[in-house]
Design a protein around this ligand. Structure first.
Ligand SMILES: C[S@@+](CC[C@H](N)C(=O)[O-])C[C@H]1O[C@@H](n2cnc3c(N)ncnc32)[C@H](O)[C@@H]1O
Length: 236
């Protein structure tokens, strides 16, 4: 059982905030992990996935808003749960966003992070890490904020810097699919060319193409699995 289900299964999430929510799919995971909840808000600096999010949540008690995590427009101590999945490595100013998340969390409330790490991965999972870091570089050329994933220790240091009361860590590996059987690996391989096409003509194109070829060879040799993440569940 993963840490979220273990720690939250018999509790209420109360009023939940999901930062850098994207299509809101982590809100669904949180709602499923808690025994119940009152309402949930997903915020993101970009609303491009909000249509999918609205389709997934017909219930009125889940809402979405465009907002920068650095300036959350919520009162101090106004949420029972604050959470973020796969957001840390997208933020130009991680510390400010984490401080904002802590500010809006009620004393005793749940502080939850799920973030892919660059370390503690097996050979197949390293295929995912390498693809992720390579495509993040292409995103940066496109002007999208996307850095390499952090190490487990870097994430711990960031959370320690927040001065939460107590927190627990766990390793999360998604078993929703088998990338080698359901075609995800083939899609990842095809994505190498699709990603490269975005930066055709850029001075780094040749270098990125060479590295893309090396990643393709690595995936073909070692296979592909989704990288594991680190879970953090703490209290303010
Ligand atoms: C990899 S997606 C994660 C989406 C979602 N949490 C999930 O797990 O499916 C990273 C998200 O961070 C958002 N983001 C980047 N910078 C942000 C900021 N300063 N404030 C809020 N969201 C931000 C992006 O728009 C993107 O939707």
């Amino acid at each position: 059982m993963n840490l979220l289900n273990k720690k939250l299964g018999s509790l209420s999430g109360g009023r939940i905030l999901d930062v850098a929510t994207g299509d809101g799919s982590f809100i669904r995971k949180l709602i499923d992990a808690f025994d119940d909840y009152d309402n949930a808000v997903g915020i993101d600096i970009d609303d491009k996935h909000f249509n999918e999010a609205h389709k997934d949540f017909e219930e009125d008690r889940v809402t979405f808003a465009i907002m920068d995590g650095v300036h959350l427009s919520f009162d101090d101590d106004s949420f029972d749960t604050v959470a973020m999945r796969a957001g840390l490595h997208h933020l130009p100013d991680i510390k400010s966003v984490l401080c904002e998340m802590k500010r809006v969390l009620k004393p005793g409330g749940f502080f939850i992070i799920r973030e892919m790490t660059c370390d503690y991965q097996n050979k197949k999972q390293l295929s995912d890490v390498q693809m992720h870091h390579w495509s993040a570089r292409i995103n940066r050329i496109e002007g999208i904020s996307h850095n390499s994933t952090l190490s487990r220790q870097e994430i711990i240091d960031l959370v320690d810097g927040l001065g939460l009361g107590e927190y627990e860590t766990g390793k999360y590996t998604c078993n929703d699919c088998d990338p080698e059987k359901d075609g995800k690996m083939e899609r990842e391989l095809a994505d190498i060319d699709k990603e490269l096409a975005k930066v055709e003509g850029h001075p780094d194109y040749d270098k990125l193409q060479k590295e893309g070829d090396q990643i393709r060879q690595y995936i073909l040799k070692h296979g592909f699995a989704c990288a594991s993440s680190m879970d953090i569940v703490g209290n303010k």
